[in-house]
Design a protein around this ligand. Sequence first.
Ligand code: SME
Length: 178
Amino acid sequence: MRIRAQSEINNSGRGRIGSLKAAAGRLSREQAKEALVRLDAAIGPSRGRQAREAMVKFLNTLVPTYSWVGIYAVEGTDLVLDAWAGPAATEHTRIPIGKGVCGFAAKAARTEIISDVSKDPRYLECFLSTRAEIVVPISNQGGVIGEIDIDSDQLDAFSSVDREFLEVVARKAGTIWS
Ligand code: SME
């Protein structure tokens, strides 16, 4: 079951996904809490790549503002796309650490929220429809091992709730990385 934005619930409640996605609001704290419980169920006992596939699919399906969801893995000096879910593939399957918003977040080892991608000179375009982006590093004791990258078709789509929620998801991804 998808978490429905308030606007969607008021709209119809019958789940016309396409049009409702465009009208979707931000993730609420209650929805984030519920999503964490459901995420554990979606991952089940799986680990590694299989768990990451389940995570990206879950996030993309459940949260209306998460238009495209990917997990990159650190490989030497690059980030390599490991799992993704969304309407289209990205050409950015390998990003040098330090380049783009993704590379910057990996290098700085901190979450980056871009409210309007057209105003950030670091932004590497993947999809014409993207308006906002969040990148959350995944770490273990040795440092950054990967990251969650989410593109939204909605301007200013990500709040501190998304940050906190996705940082919990990233910690989870780190504990079952291999
Ligand atoms: N926009 C990212 C590149 C990855 S795509 O969004 C999937 C960046 O600026 O690093």
